[in-house]
Design a protein around this ligand. Structure first.
Ligand code: AMP
Ligand code: ZN
Length: 490
């Protein structure tokens, strides 16, 4: 295990930042609630999954063997999280006159493409709700047997009031249970329920409901919260290390997941709960229903009224990582333009790294730089502070390239390895338009050769003209002992 692994994580359950101690090191089990595949993912969803991608990458970088499970909700998610309304996927299928599974396929493919576009790694397992109906029925049976659920007209409800007498039902959200219970007697249109907070484990299918399965209680389908309890326990065990999702999942979905797991297995399922904050637009959560969401391709092409122009996927990823995952991040054109410049500056420095030569002494402190990067990432995955430290490194690279500082081979290797590990492996950034870059490189070499030839024949007017012209279009030429190099000026 890497010696840098004094990782601390903010745990929603305890409201404290705690030292990360996995149950079975070096193995780590991590479950993240995935998308409901009834429409295209918007940029807010991308932010949440990108945050967990960096967490997954960093844990691996520290030497942990991570099993990362992220589900695909392809059944059971009703329009309201309180088990009412039409099934989201069923509704879309009805409107588009397609099979529900055609809807599921279309948006699962879209989701995976979007994840790849932003360079998010695939999880270790991507289980679906429809692929685990048997496990969900078994879990419902067990919760019924243990006395924490009841049947009402073919629907099985979780008995929150009974559970809450023995366990702290609202521990994760920190909400006041009495207030929640006593606020209203309204059953939210579900007259079959005993208590307002009760939620469905298994729902009886109405005649028009398309996605249905046989069960001991008649034909029906699983409640939304149940799939995550059943699948996390199946693949990670009754107790596992990390569970994540967006902050909006805390009060209902994750609260109910915990209740189900405890009612079934009599064990607290998760040691560290991690929640990501929202991407906002003018301070409001980006969401489909508010009409302020945009799709990844709209962002890239700039084809949305809120956008001045398009931005590349890595600019957007960099923009997201410049905020801590627990802070809200407000979208703006200005912030994206600043991120674009910052990302270019970082990549320009990375491109200079292979060209740097070692000297006879070190005039810069690479070890300090390394420490500050790891200190930031170990402090609850603080990517903005880590990126600020990397920019210290960018300054180092630029002064080394200017010949104003030097590093012995060992330090130079350390600097190169640090950038490789953090920029590419952990932050998951990558060079864009690699094919085009190589063409630009070839073209630039041709121009620099022409300039060198002009100089050799003492035609300084031409060589200066080439240099000044390049500078005017944002390309700086530097002359050194080994020949000339170029870099983009921001
Ligand atoms: P859904 O498909 O609606 O269940 O959402 C998938 C994930 O995206 C959940 O973890 C949500 O919490 C998260 N999410 C939804 N909207 C936003 C947003 N505006 N910013 C960040 N995460 C979001
Ligand atoms: Zn979930």
């Amino acid at each position: 295990m890497n010696s840098r692994s004094n990782l601390k994580i903010y745990n929603t359950l305890t409201r404290k930042t705690e030292l990360f101690e996995p149950i079975h090191p070096p193995f780590v089990g991590m479950y993240v609630c995935g998308p409901t595949v009834y429409s295209n993912v918007h940029l807010g969803n991308v932010r949440t999954f990108t945050s967990f991608d960096v967490i997954f990458r960093y844990l691996q970088h520290l030497g942990y063997k991570v099993r990362y499970v992220r589900n695909v909700t392809d059944a059971g998610h009703l329009e309201s999280d309180a088990d009412v309304g039409e099934d989201k996927i069923g509704k879309k299928a009805r409107l588009e006159q397609l099979e529900p599974m055609e809807i599921v396929q279309r948006y699962t493919v879209d989701f995976r493409n979007v994840m790849a576009l932003f360079n998010n790694l695939p999880p270790s397992i991507e289980p679906t709700a429809t692929g685990h109906i048997i496990e969900q029925i078994e879990m419902t049976k067990q919760i019924l047997n243990n006395g924490y659920a009841y049947e009402s007209n073919g629907t099985i409800y979780f008995d929150v009031e009974k559970f809450a007498k023995e366990y702290p039902y609202t521990e994760l959200s920190g909400r006041n249970l009495d207030e929640l219970l006593n606020n209203t007697r309204d059953l939210g249109g579900q007259d079959d329920k005993k208590g307002r907070l009760d939620f469905a484990l298994w729902i009886k299918a109405k005649p028009e409901h398309l996605m249905r399965w046989p069960s001991p209680w008649g034909e029906g389908f699983p409640g939304w919260h149940l799939e995550c309890s059943a699948m996390s326990a199946k693949y990670l065990g009754n107790q596992f290390d990390i569970h994540g999702g967006g902050l909006d999942l805390v009060p209902t979905h994750h609260t109910n997941e915990i209740a189900q797991n405890i009612a079934c297995h009599h064990e607290k399922p998760v040691n560290y709960w991690i929640h990501t904050n929202m991407l906002t637009v003018n301070g409001q959560k980006m969401s489909k229903s508010l009409g302020n969401s945009f799709l990844p391709h709209e962002l890239i092409t700039g084809s949305h009224p809120l956008l001045d122009r398009g931005y590349s996927p890595m600019t957007v990823r960099f923009f997201m990582l410049q905020a801590h995952y627990r802070s809200t991040l407000d979208f703006s054109n200005e912030a994206l333009q600043a991120a674009e410049k910052g990302f270019q500056r970082l990549m320009n420095a990375v491109a200079l790294l292979p060209k740097l030569q070692a000297g006879t002494q070190s005039t810069l402190k690479v070890a300090d730089l390394e420490d500050s990067v790891y200190e930031a990432l170990n402090d609850d995955f603080n990517t903005p502070i880590a990126i600020a430290a990397l920019f210290e490194g960018v300054r180092m690279i630029n002064t080394l390239n200017d010949g104003k500082a030097s590093l012995i081979q060992e330090d130079l290797d350390k600097l190169k390895a640090l950038f490789q590990a953090i920029v590419f492996d952990v932050l998951g950034l990558k060079e864009e338009n690699q094919a085009d870059n190589s063409k630009v490189d070839g073209l630039m070499q041709l121009i620099l050769d022409q300039r060198a030839a002009a100089k050799a024949r003492r035609d300084f007017a031409s060589s200066d003209q080439i240099r000044d012209h390049l500078k005017a279009i944002g390309i700086e030429v530097k002359d050194g002992k080994e020949g000339s190099t170029y870099s983009f000026i921001n």
